[in-house]
Design a protein around this ligand. Structure first.
Ligand code: PLP
Length: 414
């Protein structure tokens, strides 16, 4: 099996499981209990929290352990918006994850909020001038994702944070896909709140973090025993928190070099796929393929044509920061994404048709619609998301299998 669906989930890392094991067995206390087992669990939780603060550059009181990315997004958006007295206006982007879009929609439907949705360009990037125009005196929150799960677009979060700060608007970012690839220091990013999910990082499913800068008040979504300083009730998932903290440290260790290496593999993979299937469209920000002595790039355009003549000098340093290093997403016009997935699955290749997060939905991806891909082409989307274990040999095999699958599906539909 070749697993190229890391944006959907990752296996639990051995070191993470080993760190969790004692907390699931002998040291299984409830941190609210006033006996040795409870106190031991509390010490483990405190240590996990402190470890997360080192990775994120925040304070212990800023870290809220949650059940994952979806809960972190819900708590950030509902919690900050409902506790913020500025007004009832929210700014978000057109390509957010459903956890963000549905939370915003809840505020609109139930609490009468107004929302401004920032459009994105053909590469999936927001425009800072449009963001500036969207912020109003009654804006309670701006929520824009750090990196997109389908097309890998990386937004200019630090610049957006500066803009929001100048207007007194708190900024939340969904960093679920950015973790392990992009810098997460919240002081440098300048964000007020940031969501993370354990299972994208080598920790188990069911654990996540919401970082909220301490001075911000937050209305809880879960009410009960007052755990997590009243911000998230429910007996803490100690083993999950310990696993999360371990996974985050591992993800941060050597991150920049790993990201660089994976982006090189990804670039070569994209070049290989395009050489075999010239009709394929790369969706999302430009990918630069580096061949010895030759530098060229590809960029999807709104009308579905590919510009293979973009050189590195033209794209400049803007390339790397605008695309997740492990994302390669395509549309294969004239096929169906689901059929390609089946063919690739038969060859032992695991990837995804767009995003894995919208359960059983035939709807066209709102992300592809937002970047101007028409519905018929959007149905042909396939996303490959690499991990740090992905090798050049695996990618060469996958490119060859894409070629075969593409021909097979085209001949059936033609
Ligand atoms: N946000 C983004 C960008 C995601 O990609 C995902 C899951 O794929 C989530 C949020 C939801 O995270 P979780 O699966 O931990 O609820």
């Amino acid at each position: 099996m070749i697993f190229l669906d890391s944006a959907a989930t990752t296996p639990v890392r051995r070191e993470v499981l080993e760190a969790m094991w004692p907390l699931l067995t002998g040291d299984f206390g409830n941190p609210s209990s006033h006996h040795e087992l409870g106190e031991s669990a509390k010490r483990a939780l405190d240590a996990a929290r402190t470890s997360v603060t080192v990775s994120l550059g925040c304070r212990a009181s800023d870290v809220i352990f949650t059940s994952g990315g979806t809960e972190s997004d819900n708590l950030a958006i509902k919690g900050l918006a409902l506790a913020n007295p500025r007004g009832r206006h929210i700014v978000t982007s057109a390509i957010e994850h459903e956890a963000v879009l549905e939370s915003v929609d809840y505020l609109v439907r139930i609490h009468g909020f107004e929302v401004t949705v920032l459009p994105v360009d053909a590469h999936g990037l927001i425009d800072l001038d449009e963001a500036r125009d969207a912020l109003r005196p009654d804006t309670t929150l701006c929520t824009v994702m750090y990196a997109n799960n389908e097309i890998g677009a990386v937004q200019p979060i630090a610049a957006l944070a500066e803009l929001c700060r100048s207007q007194g608007v708190p900024l939340h970012t969904d960093a679920v896909q950015a973790a392990g690839w992009l810098p997460l220091d919240v002081a440098e990013l300048g964000v007020d709140a940031l969501s993370l999910s354990g299972h994208k990082l080598g920790a188990p499913k069911g654990i996540g973090v919401l970082m909220v800068k301490g001075r911000r008040s937050i209305e809880p979504v879960l009410h009960g025993g007052g755990q997590e300083r009243g911000k998230r009730s429910g007996t803490e998932n100690i083993a999950g928190a310990v696993g999360f903290a371990h996974a985050l440290v591992l993800a941060e260790t050597g991150r920049a070099e790993r990201a660089h290496n994976i982006s090189r593999l990804r670039d070569d993979f994209v070049a290989d796929v395009l050489a075999r299937v010239p009709d394929a469209i790369v969706t999302g920000p430009p990918v630069v393929a580096v061949n010895p002595g030759e530098v060229w790039g590809t960029a999807a355009t709104v009308d579905g044509t590919i510009d293979n003549a973009v050189d590195r000098a033209t794209l400049g340093s803007a390339i790397t920061p605008t695309r997740l290093p492990n994302n390669a997403s395509f549309c294969f016009p004239g096929t169906s994404g689901e059929s390609l997935l089946l063919e690739l699955g038969r060859a032992g290749i695991i990837c995804s048709a767009g995003s894995a997060c919208a359960v059983g939905s035939d709807d066209v991806s709102h992300v592809l619609t937002a970047i101007g891909i028409d519905d018929a082409v959007a149905q042909t989307a396939v996303r490959f998301s690499l991990s740090s274990d992905t090798t050049a040999n695996q990618l060469a095999t996958v490119a060859a299998e894409i070629d075969t699958a593409y021909r097979a599906v085209r001949s059936l539909s033609g």
